[in-house]
Every structure is written in structure tokens, then in C-alpha cells.
Design a protein around this ligand. Structure first.
Ligand code: GP9
Ligand code: MN
Length: 401
């Protein structure tokens, strides 16, 4: 009933932080272009294979953006759909199954709904079958006005790779959808080419594969590069179509691409042993917030996908005090550095906790468990509160003050 919710409400309120006055409302009224980077992990950023940059475009783009280099994905079994859920609700995904399937009929207060109320046109663009991950149903609950699924794209043998329409054609064809949208719009683009098993046609390959005992890791770099080029083309097209200046961009990696099955190849690439500590550090994915005309900055605050919603809303000058959410505005000076992953591992400014072991952040050395002790309870609490909201469909009892 509603009483469970009031306890959660109190917790959320007690954790609220002051906004950053300098950045609050910086992008008020602008279009929002959200881009999900399939399977893109942070370890490829500013790195080379065979002497070549893996992501030359992103490496440049980051220089003119807020780049968060300690940003972790928090997804579970729902993979891409979990990342969408976290980013637009600032709630955790579930410990088992995909909330997109299991709780699609719940009451939510997601970003698309909030922005629709503020006069935005809201759309998700993804060239896959609309029912994949139950998106067609869930998007209604999240408040999307429009879903451009594979039926809205010309998909053929010639422009497909791996799972379907290639990212370059996807972005190319999306321009005409964007041009027809009422402004301001909130448009989410979900890329697909850099998806396991990372296959690419010979003629689309501009980076040679890596050389290790993992075919998966070897092929990963050329597909990451492919998406990097698709992004470059997209930004260029947006500029040519005058859709760039009045937009802000939020790019994020949805989840890991290289699983622990490839640890020995990964260890070869990174040049270090893959301890449980390093495995958690590999769960970092890029978060890039680009505001045209704004100077870039790399921000090392410990953060997670759950923080995207409040950060974005504040940039748009939208108060979030009245929403039940677990994330924090990453620009707030008071942001507590504390990120919980779905498996209950957590990361703080100084420590990283996983598999019953507390590690020192800057050395990666195991340390006394006491150091992590005070966060253990909080980590469980957050996941538990979020689960309660979803399993009990508690937001249906929520009355906005
Ligand atoms: C499918 C795409 C990929 O539409 O979102 O899904 P994933 O397997 O990464 O969850
Ligand atoms: Mn994915």
C-alpha cells in the first residue's frame, strides 16, 4: 500500500542535494538527443589497437563535452532495455528478468512523460522489431509519443550488418524523421551494429581486428570503430540540417560488450591481470554530455546510469524534487560518490566492493572489510527500495506534492 511508499519517499528526500546554480537550466528548451551506444565500454576510449585510435571521433568529441570517465552501467539481465529503464526512470532494474517484460504495465514517471508535460515531442528511434524487449508496450508506460521501429526504416541485405540495419544507414534515415518532429523534441537513438558477435562486412571495416585468442574481442574493435564513424556522420548531418545548435547530446554505453569469458584476451589487451576489482572497473561505460558552445571537461566523479535523469532534467531547468528517483545530479557539488551495481557490488570515492571483498580504489588492493562496511547497508537499501517500487507498482500511489 501507500505506507511503504512514504518510507521510500523520506529516504529519497533525505538524500536530495543542492543543484549547481551555474549549470541549472543551461539547456532550457533545447532539443535532447540521447544516444545509446551498444555494448560500448570505456576501455576503448582514447586507446589504440595496431597503433590506431579505436574511437577517433569520440576522442575529439569528448574534448568539447562533459565526459564522465568513472561512470558505471547498472544493468542486469534486461541488457539494453535495462539501460533504457534506468536512464529514464532513475530506478534500478530488477535482479532477475527484464523489467520491460515483467512490469511493463506499471505506473512510471519517466523522462518522456515529464518532458511531454513540458511541451516536448518525445520519440524513440530504433531499427528493430517493435516488440523486441517488449518496447512497444513499455514505451507507452514511459510516456513516449512515438516509436520509430524497423517499419519506419528501409532495411535490406545491402544496408544490414549483424543484427539488422547498420548504424550508418540508421542515422542517415533518422535525419528525415528528425526533420519532421515538432521542436523541442526528446529523441532517443539506439544503435545496434556493435552487438555481439561483432560481425562486420569486409568493406565496412576501417580498423584491423585485434590479435588474441578471443575472436569476440578481436572483432569488437572494428565494430566499435564503425559506430564511431556513424556518430561522426550523424553529427555532421545534424549540423548541415541545422539541428545541431539547438540540441544537447547525451551519449552513453548501455552495458558491457565483452564478458568475463574473454578474460585472458582482455588481460592481454589491458596489460594487467583481471582481478574481481578490474572486472568491476571494466563495467565502466562512457557518458558524454555535449552542449554546443560549452567548453569540455573530464569529470571523474563516481557515477552510474541512474544519475543521468536528474542530471539531464537540471540542465533543462526542470526541478526533480517531486520525483521518486535514486540518482543524483552529477553536476551537484554535493554529489555523494556512491554507485551500486545490480549485483550489489558498489563503488565509492575510495573503495570498491565486490564478491565479499573490499578493495582500495586507487591501488586495487584488497583491504579490511570495515572500510566498506558503512556502505553495505545503504547499497542493499537502495536496491531493495527500488525493487519494492517495481514489484508493488508503488508509483501508482504517489501524489505529486
Ligand atoms: C535490440 C537491441 C540489443 O533491439 O536493443 O539488445 P541487447 O541484446 O543488447 O539487450
Ligand atoms: Mn545492448
Amino acid at each position: 500500500d501507500g505506507s511503504e511508499l512514504s518510507e521510500i519517499e523520506n529516504y529519497v528526500r533525505a538524500n536530495q542535494k543542492e543543484v549547481n546554480d551555474e549549470l541549472y537550466g543551461l539547456a532550457k528548451g533545447k532539443n535532447v538527443i540521447l544516444i545509446s551506444l551498444e555494448s560500448t565500454q570505456s576501455f576503448v576510449i582514447n586507446k589504440t589497437v595496431n597503433g590506431e585510435e579505436i574511437t577517433p571521433f569520440l576522442n575529439q568529441f569528448i574534448k568539447d563535452s562533459y565526459y564522465f570517465n568513472n561512470f558505471y552501467h547498472q544493468t542486469g539481465q534486461g541488457k539494453t532495455s535495462d539501460s533504457e529503464f534506468i536512464i529514464e526512470n532513475s530506478l534500478y532494474p530488477l535482479g532477475r528478468g527484464a523489467v520491460f517484460f515483467t512490469h511493463a504495465q506499471n505506473e512510471y514517471k519517466a523522462t518522456p512523460e515529464i518532458l511531454t508535460e513540458k511541451g516536448y515531442y518525445t520519440a524513440s528511434l530504433h531499427a528493430n522489431n517493435k516488440s523486441f524487449w517488449n518496447r512497444d508496450i513499455m514505451y507507452d508506460s514511459l510516456g513516449y509519443q512515438r516509436f520509430y521501429d524497423s517499419d519506419e526504416y528501409k532495411v535490406s541485405e545491402g544496408n544490414s550488418i549483424n543484427w539488422g540495419l547498420n548504424d550508418k544507414s540508421f542515422f542517415k534515415q533518422s535525419i528525415s524523421h528528425l526533420k519532421r518532429m515538432p521542436e523541442p523534441f526528446y529523441a532517443k537513438f539506439i544503435t545496434l551494429t556493435n552487438h555481439f558477435p561483432f560481425t562486420l562486412k569486409e568493406e565496412d571495416r576501417t580498423l584491423e581486428p585485434y590479435d588474441s585468442n578471443s575472436k569476440t574481442l578481436n572483432q569488437y574493435f572494428p565494430t566499435v570503430r564503425y559506430t564511431d564513424e556513424a556518430l561522426e556522420q550523424f553529427i555532421g548531418d545534424l549540423k548541415r540540417n541545422r539541428l545541431y545548435e539547438d540540441s544537447i547530446f547525451v551519449l552513453y554505453g548501455d552495458h558491457y560488450g565483452i564478458s568475463e569469458n574473454h578474460n585472458s584476451a582482455m588481460s592481454q589487451f589491458l596489460g594487467k591481470e583481471l582481478t574481481p576489482f578490474e572486472s568491476i572497473q571494466l563495467q565502466r561505460v562512457p557518458l558524454i554530455i555535449h552542449v554546443p558552445g560549452q567548453k569540455g571537461k573530464t569529470i571523474s566523479t563516481v557515477s552510474g546510469q541512474i544519475d543521468v535523469r536528474p542530471t539531464l532534467l537540471h540542465l533543462l531547468g526542470i526541478e526533480n524534487d517531486d520525483y521518486i528517483e535514486f540518482g543524483k545530479d552529477l553536476f551537484s557539488e554535493e554529489k555523494l560518490e556512491f554507485t551500486v551495481l545490480r549485483d550489489s557490488s558498489f563503488i565509492t570515492k575510495d573503495y570498491l566492493y565486490t564478491m565479499d571483498t573490499c578493495y582500495e580504489k586507487n591501488t586495487g588492493a584488497a583491504t579490511a572489510k570495515d572500510s566498506c562496511e558503512k556502505y553495505l547497508e545503504k547499497a542493499k537499501q537502495e536496491l531493495d527500495y527500488s525493487d519494492k517500487i517495481i514489484y508493488g507498482d508503488l508509483l501508482r500511489f504517489y501524489e505529486q506534492p
